[in-house]
Design a protein around this ligand. Sequence first.
Ligand code: SAH
Length: 252
Amino acid sequence: MSDISAVATRIRFVLVRTSQPGNIGAAARAIRTMGFARLVLVAPQRYPDAEATAFAAGADAVLDDAVVVPDLKRAIADCHAVYGATARQRNVALTEYTPREIAPRVQADALAGAEVALVFGNERTGLENDELALCHGAVHIPTAADYSSLNLAQAVQVLAYELRIRLLDNPAAPPPHRTDPPASAGAMEGFFEHLYTTLNDIEFHKGRSPETIMLRLRKLFLRAAPDERELRVLRGILADAQRMARLARGGS
Ligand code: SAH
């Protein structure tokens, strides 16, 4: 059997505000069986807990190494690609993928040296809007239209399984869509702020809602996932547009 560990070490599973420790244990087991190891717990309601250990059923090492952080921002601070798993469909702000579609992207990102996070929400409420806003894409497991919510650990299992199959079937696949890692989440946010002020400077909005435009543009650029060099070119264009706008206003 091929060794998937080189890629697996760059992939973390992030569980946000999990309420049932049993689900944390079952998720650890799901991760471990598929050859992954990295679990990050964002503000778990009960942890550590005997129930988590019991449900992990021997995948204790994953639990022992789990990193606990207070918020999602901290869980993904060093990540380049962040994908949020959602039970609900038709997310306006993010491009949506199936697990099978996301697997080659995750593989390519990791092969290019990126740190990748797969983010899962609370059992009852899922991921909040401000948590989804930190994600670069959404993953939806296709379900029955009228009942779309899987158990948390089972959703983790499905994503981990699809990733494993991809890695086993294409162990040395060349990155299908990139050679450099995508720019960091922080660099992307810096770019979006620059874009926002530039659109104001060139009086782009003319009565239209800047928020709606920014959501559309975020979706576009997060789907494209530019690398640092590409981002520098884009920011150079913005800086020139700002300079021209200043000149047009008669400034220096
Ligand atoms: N009632 C919640 C469901 C939460 S289930 C809601 O409507 O959002 C707990 C977590 O499991 C979700 O936040 C998501 O990360 C994952 N999950 C459950 N069903 C999923 C599906 N069909 N596709 C992708 N992720 C799913």
